[in-house]
Design a protein around this ligand. Structure first.
Ligand code: HEC
Length: 262
């Protein structure tokens, strides 16, 4: 091979050499970054239940239509356990027989929302306030009918039920049975509703086959700003930032991982 041919050969294979020399460290860096990102998404430890008897009492009340004005609607009428404590219908019938203005919401992981607010529009400052308004004036109340039932009637129903009276005495000793203590029990039950582990959680914990490659790319794409910022040395121009964030998904695809179909 003459000198000219050698130069041509090197010129042709140059991009390959560059790739070989630069790709592995980039890949290692990307993997390290991915691991850091994933660690941010680890599930918090499961709820510590303050009082199991209060939670159990709340569960009984949640499924009991007696705490609605008509005696026909339970909280569970619009929050089905098998659907993540929501419904498939866009709107539900309330105790007055009217359609709710919006779709009911899932009730899982509410404890992680801390103090709230709750409701699509955040109108309730706490879970207790939400339960109280549901019963007194909301979905559980026949307020919009010609024969509305007062909340005192509902309180008396619970109070005169011997099984409830005994459970309240154990769960909240010395506390009167009224709308406030009913709401406290319901809120305690709701705070104990932890979501089960999802495929995403298994992936975060290291099972590479738990989610698809597309889902992994989606994960990276959904947090480009954070990635770009964490990857960009201080003082870099915005162009560099956007270039890094645009490049990131392709780097993530190069992660060694097994095939998945779901
Ligand atoms: C007739 C249907 C219906 C009934 C019965 C019902 N809900 Fe709801 N629930 C809804 C709807 C609709 C929303 C969304 C309200 C909104 O913000 O517009 C909701 C929202 C909620 C939320 C807010 C969740 C969040 O993520 O912010 C909680 C908590 C809740 N309901 C608990 C209860 C409890 C406790 C009861 C029983 C006392 C109950 N619900 C009874 C339909 C219902």
């Amino acid at each position: 091979m003459g000198i000219r041919e050698r130069i041509i050969a090197v010129a042709i294979t140059l991009p390959l050499w560059v790739l070989l020399l630069t790709a592995p460290p980039t890949l290692v860096a990307a993997q390290g970054e991915m691991a850091r990102m994933k660690s941010d998404y680890r599930r918090p430890p499961p709820s510590t239940v303050d009082s199991q008897v209060l939670v159990d009492l709340g569960r009984d009340l949640f499924f009991d239509p007696q705490i609605s004005a008509s005696g026909k609607t339970a909280c569970a009428s619009c929050h089905f356990p098998e659907l993540g404590w929501t419904v498939t219908d866009a709107r539900s019938r309330n105790d007055s027989g009217k359609l709710t203005s919006r779709k009911s919401q899932p009730l899982i992981g509410l404890r992680h929302a801390g103090k709230g607010p709750f409701g699509w529009d955040g109108r309730n400052p706490s879970l207790e306030a939400q339960a109280k308004s549901s019963i007194a004036t909301g979905s559980m109340s026949m307020r919009d009918t010609a024969t509305p039932v007062k909340v005192e009637v509902i309180e008396e129903r619970v109070r005169s039920n011997a099984a409830y009276a005994a459970k309240f005495e154990v769960a909240l000793p010395g506390t009167p049975i009224n709308i406030d203590s009913v709401a406290r029990a319901l809120a305690a039950f709701e705070r104990a509703l932890e979501p089960g582990p999802a495929a995403f959680d298994r992936w975060i914990e290291g099972d590479e086959s738990a989610i698809s490659e597309q889902a992994k790319r989606g994960f990276v794409l959904s947090t480009p700003k954070r990635l770009a910022l964490s990857a960009t040395p201080a003082g870099d121009s915005p162009t560099t930032v956007s270039m890094i964030s645009a490049r990131r998904p392709r780097i993530a695809v190069a992660e060694p991982s097994s095939r998945t179909t779901h």
